[in-house]
Write a protein that binds this ligand. Structure first.
Ligand SMILES: C[S@@+](CC[C@H](N)C(=O)[O-])C[C@H]1O[C@@H](n2cnc3c(N)ncnc32)[C@H](O)[C@@H]1O
Ligand code: SF4
Ligand code: SF4
Length: 283
């Protein structure tokens, strides 16, 4: 049976939800170190990439920023989370010990299948699931993961339905982007409307507005730091969404550009969002 009939795509949830200065979802990014270097990779993943571990300071900021109840979602990506699975397991335990009850998702290429399963199994609430890289799972656009890894993950999903999903096949123009991509020509590559993702907290301590543009240092994405108050982060995230709708999308439509191409190549032509200055944290 082909892999993508065993692993299902996840349905996406509401975008931009904020309650009492807490975001419904947050991505966590420790750098772009990876055991692959996909031609299309939005974060420039590579074995020579950067990496810094999750720490208490970083995770305390997560606990202040994301919804702690069942509606919340914390998504670990990179880079490749299985390269230091012990730090991810420690981070999950820390979040659970400090009251986080929401979902946890691990984005992974699945090559280190045993480590990925160890991460999923470590969650005392059994609410950690995986999302696999579409190209590395199917072999469309990147060398497929080893047969042994794939079979192990397939069997796990058969035994525990709904724990391992497959990512979307779309390729956006960010990072290494679209042009070097060698996959199936029918895969969608361009949309003029930003998908309005939830933001990222990096282990460098910065809140960045977009997981696809995480290696883009433009001021348009800088929402604050671990020292910013939760109100500032929530305000700036909302300001970024307002800017997407009022400035970014009209520019993309007028110039007939894919949304991510505007962020990647044309931001100097656009004024940044109206961010509140990052002010000192409450603690
Ligand atoms: C950057 S990777 C990091 C986690 C892990 N290494 C992996 O590949 O799943 C996270 C997700 O971004 C996706 N991705 C990478 N480059 C992309 C692009 N140009 N457009 C759309 N998705 C992309 C990957 O397929 C993967 O599902
Ligand atoms: S898409 Fe994932 S597996 Fe591929 S290089 Fe990027 S981070 Fe690594
Ligand atoms: S349009 Fe910009 S903000 Fe939206 S996903 Fe693409 S790079 Fe990110």
């Amino acid at each position: 049976m082909p892999a993508h009939t065993i692993f299902k795509e996840r349905s996406s949830r509401d975008r931009g939800v904020i309650q009492q200065n807490r975001l419904m979802e947050l991505h966590l990014y420790p750098g772009n170190q990876c055991n692959r270097d996909c031609s299309f990779c939005t974060v420039f993943g590579s074995p020579k990439g950067n990496y810094a571990e999750y720490t208490q300071t970083h995770l305390d900021a997560v606990l202040q920023t994301v919804m702690l109840h069942e509606q919340g979602a914390v998504k670990f990506y990179g880079g490749e989370p299985t390269l230091n699975h012990e730090n991810v397991i420690w981070a999950i335990a820390y979040l659970r010990q400090h009251g986080y009850q929401g979902a946890i998702v691990i984005y992974s290429n699945g090559i280190q299948a045993a480590r990925l399963l160890e991460i999923l199994e470590s969650d005392p609430l059994q609410n950690t699931t995986a999302s696999l890289n579409y190209s590395i799972t199917t072999g469309d656009g990147a060398p497929q993961m080893p047969r042994q890894s794939l079979e192990r993950l397939e069997q796990y999903e058969i035994d525990h339905p709904g724990t391992i999903a497959i990512g979307h096949s779309d390729v956006v123009d960010s990072g290494r982007g679209v042009e070097p991509f060698s996959g199936e020509t029918t895969r969608p590559k361009a949309s003029s409307r930003c998908p309005h993702c939830y933001p990222v907290l990096t282990t460098e301590g910065k809140f960045h507005a977009c997981p696809f543009a995480i290696e883009n240092q433009a001021p348009h994405f800088q929402l604050g730091t671990v020292n910013s108050s939760p109100e500032t982060i929530a305000h700036n995230f909302q300001a970024f969404f307002d800017w997407l709708d009022q400035v970014h999308e009209p520019f993309a439509a007028e110039h007939q550009l894919p949304a991510c191409t505007v962020c990647w190549k044309h931001l100097e032509q656009l004024p940044p969002p109206e961010f509140r200055e990052a002010i000192a944290a409450q603690s």
